[in-house]
Design a protein around this ligand. Structure first.
Ligand SMILES: C[S@@+](CC[C@H](N)C(=O)[O-])C[C@H]1O[C@@H](n2cnc3c(N)ncnc32)[C@H](O)[C@@H]1O
Length: 303
């Protein structure tokens, strides 16, 4: 009898041991599977993993030797007040193909947090009406005062279809990364904008968009990161025709930021940790354009 009991005990122990070994083996397999999966993910996203930058490195990227005027500004200030781009690079590049002189009245349409308004006033001595909708002018005024530009930059809140300015008031108008939100209708320039600019005054535009208009929908590789309203991002050719067909403007200059439009798109994407196809291709780029208000047509508008 005791032998039988011992044998039964031994059998049960063996079963437990086998179950234990089985479990350990299963756990080991599971761990291996997880490890393999993690390794695979690391290999697949190796670019993204290695490209995730420390804040300090991002600040360094915001200073670029191609844009020496913008490089004088605190990258923390630029980052803190960002609205989708390194707007000072865009403003500096645009200013290179415009005439901006002290005493000129400039409208900064869709100025956002007024960084470009402050920049143009400081660097070129122009008087800027910093017009925006989403950003509270009280907030912009504080920023303007802190930058010491209170005698040259005036914050205004006005919707793009209800602008409060006098006819022929501005010597120049600029719009950086904002015209796509309100200015794409065929009627917009003639109805709401052209009459604010004096004859021969310059309209400077900076926009982000494809090299050429898409023939139908956006390429598959970009679709995942494309929102339907992104179709308001147009090519430089589209914007050129948008202005010229009104006959109220003559486009006098325009390019992809002197060949830098793709590079600065990618550089900004690094700062924003965006490693997707939409921001890292040869298609989407920044462009700048200057259109001169047609003197011959200066009084021929509907507003
Ligand atoms: C992407 S932000 C760019 C801001 C700024 N130009 C910059 O580069 O930092 C676009 C700006 O367009 C302005 N905006 C959009 N729709 C507008 C409208 N209907 N009237 C006036 N401004 C408008 C918004 O208030 C916003 O600040």
């Amino acid at each position: 009898m005791p032998i039988k009991r011992e044998a039964a005990k031994f059998k049960s122990c063996r079963r437990w041991a086998a179950a234990f070994l089985n479990m350990t083996y299963s756990c080991q397999c599971l761990c291996d599977l997880i490890l393999v999966r993690v390794l695979w993910l690391v290999i697949k996203h190796k670019g993204a993993v290695t490209l995730l930058l420390e804040h300090e490195d991002k600040m360094k990227l915001l200073i670029d030797e191609e844009y020496p005027l913008a490089a004088k500004y605190d990258p923390e200030w630029i980052f803190e007040n960002k609205m989708g781009c390194q707007c000072l690079w865009l403003a500096e590049s645009l200013a290179r193909i415009m005439t901006l002189k002290p005493g000129m009245r400039v409208l900064d349409m869709g100025c956002g947090k007024a960084l470009t308004s402050i920049f143009l006033a400081k660097e070129f001595g122009v008087t800027v009406f910093a017009n925006d909708l989403w950003i509270n002018p009280d907030e912009n005024w504080e920023r303007i005062r802190q930058a010491g530009m209170e005698n040259l930059v005036f914050p205004i809140r006005a919707e793009a279809h209800a602008l409060p300015y006098a006819k022929n008031f501005f010597d120049a108008i600029i719009s950086i990364n904002s015209f796509q939100f309100f200015g794409t209708a065929d009627t917009y320039l003639a109805d709401e904008m052209a009459h604010l600019l004096r004859a021969d005054g310059e309209f400077g535009l900076v926009t982000w968009g494809p090299e050429k208009e898409f023939d139908g929908k956006v390429p598959d590789s970009m679709e995942q990161n494309w929102w339907p309203d992104f179709y308001y991002f147009h090519s430089l050719g589209w914007w050129r025709w948008h202005f010229e067909k009104t006959r109220l403007f003559e486009v006098v200059a325009g390019d992809d930021m002197d060949g830098d439009g793709v590079r600065i798109t990618r550089q900004w994407a690094k700062v924003m940790d965006k490693h997707d196809e939409l921001h890292n291709n040869q298609i989407m780029r920044w462009s700048r354009m200057v259109a001169r208000r047609n003197a011959a047509q200066a009084d021929d508008f509907r507003s």
